[in-house]
Design a protein around this ligand. Structure first.
Ligand SMILES: C[S@@+](CC[C@H](N)C(=O)[O-])C[C@H]1O[C@@H](n2cnc3c(N)ncnc32)[C@H](O)[C@@H]1O
Length: 225
């Protein structure tokens, strides 16, 4: 199992070089294949589910969009009135997110190209990490949650669930490792993550739409003994 730094480097190379264009397109309104359209729809549902954990009116709230990608969540948070720090390890995706953000919302958002766990990013009422921890092992997710949990009341994040299909794909990937060093999604259950992270984790719900299947979880550091 690669460690945090190795995974993060792979993620950065993937999103900042290999897959920037594909990701830019998937997260736009441009036409995509039927399979990708299901992913787009699933991701829209997941974004709404994650946002439903926060109050509708976010004026006065500080929120970290951890692994903001091209900025769809950042925009929604800012529309609700939040002050947002949008951080991503891929500078090219951060630049796209900056470009896409409507001018009227720009004063509410600070962009940062770098690690989501950087303490210099500040303290928050909430952290949202949509599909940005899906490549990390349970111990790395636990460390990330502990780091973010010191600076936020709640961390809402997603993981790929341990469904038979995703587990089979993951095992096949281990048998036939990819040569391009792309990051590999690692499925998790609430049980393995709780073993690694301790109490404070709860499952919010699952979104399954075509080729997109993801669990939304919430971590609250105050539940730690
Ligand atoms: C699948 S994309 C999701 C992007 C965005 N959250 C969304 O849902 O559209 C995962 C993102 O997480 C970012 N990421 C992964 N690990 C990170 C880390 N340790 N610090 C900052 N960004 C990270 C990647 O660069 C990538 O943009």
């Amino acid at each position: 199992m690669p460690n945090y730094a190795t995974t993060r480097d792979r993620v950065e190379t993937y999103f900042d070089r290999t897959a920037t264009k594909a990701w830019e397109r998937l997260t736009s309104d441009a036409p995509v294949s039927r399979i990708r359209q299901t992913v787009r729809e699933g991701r829209d549902k997941m974004r709404a589910l994650m946002l439903s954990r926060l109050p509708e009116d976010l004026r006065g709230a500080q929120v970290l969009d951890a692994g903001c990608g091209t900025g769809a969540m950042t925009e929604e948070l800012a529309k609700r009135g939040a002050t947002v720090v949008a951080a991503d390890i891929s500078p090219r995706l951060v630049a796209i997110a900056q470009d896409r953000l409507p001018v009227a919302l720009r004063p509410q958002v600070t962009f940062h190209a770098g690690d989501m766990t950087d303490a210099a990013l500040g303290v928050f009422d909430a952290v949202l990490a949509m599909d940005s921890l899906i490549y990390y092992g349970a111990d790395d997710i636990a460390r990330t949650l502990h780091a973010l949990g010191q600076r936020a009341d709640r961390v809402v994040f997603t993981v790929a669930p341990r469904t038979p299909l995703l587990m089979a794909m993951w095992h096949a990937g281990k048998l036939f490792p990819r040569s391009d060093r792309s990051p590999v999604m690692i499925p998790h259950g609430l049980r393995d993550l709780t073993l690694a992270a301790g109490p404070g984790l709860a499952r919010v719900g699952r979104v399954a739409r075509g080729f997109y299947i993801s669990d939304c979880l919430e971590y609250r550091a105050e539940a730690q003994p």
